[in-house]
Design a protein around this ligand. Structure first.
Ligand SMILES: [Zn+2]
Length: 133
């Protein structure tokens, strides 16, 4: 199978006919074939590991490790360095009280990184199981 029409972020390819269908679809609307669900168990453990990495390591100052685990190394490094820059800014400005503003920024970035790594894995799982390569 060569080029299909581009897949939207919330779509996957039907395991049978290759039609782009909603990622959450259990049955292909075009050919009526039930979509395989075997991979969800594997993806769940990947999802849990990446979520834990993003949550725990992100909390202690290593944001982005979850992203690297999920395969998005570029964004992982950006998050890791971004988190460190925030820490440095925090420590250099906390004596002036204004450093406090980096705390909510860091917490927001940390929470976002957890959600983001989960969406990366959810999207990747549907891409990885398409047979259109
Ligand atoms: Zn189909």
């Amino acid at each position: 199978m060569a080029s299909k029409k581009p897949r939207a972020a919330d779509e996957k390819f039907c395991s049978d006919c290759g039609e782009a269908i909603a990622a959450k679809a259990e049955i292909c609307p075009k050919c009526g074939v039930r979509q395989p669900t075997i991979e969800t168990d594997f993806d769940k453990s990947t999802l849990q590991t990446a979520t834990l990495l993003a949550a725990i390591l992100g909390f202690i100052g290593f944001m982005g490790v979850g992203h690297m685990y999920a395969g998005n190394v570029g964004r992982g490094i950006a998050l890791l360095l971004g988190g460190w820059v925030l820490w440095i800014l925090f420590f250099f400005t906390i004596v002036l009280i204004v450093g406090i503003i980096f705390v909510p920024i860091g917490v927001a970035l940390w929470i976002w990184s957890i959600y983001d790594v989960r969406s990366i894995i959810k999207n990747r799982s549907t891409v990885g199981h398409s047979h259109d390569t």
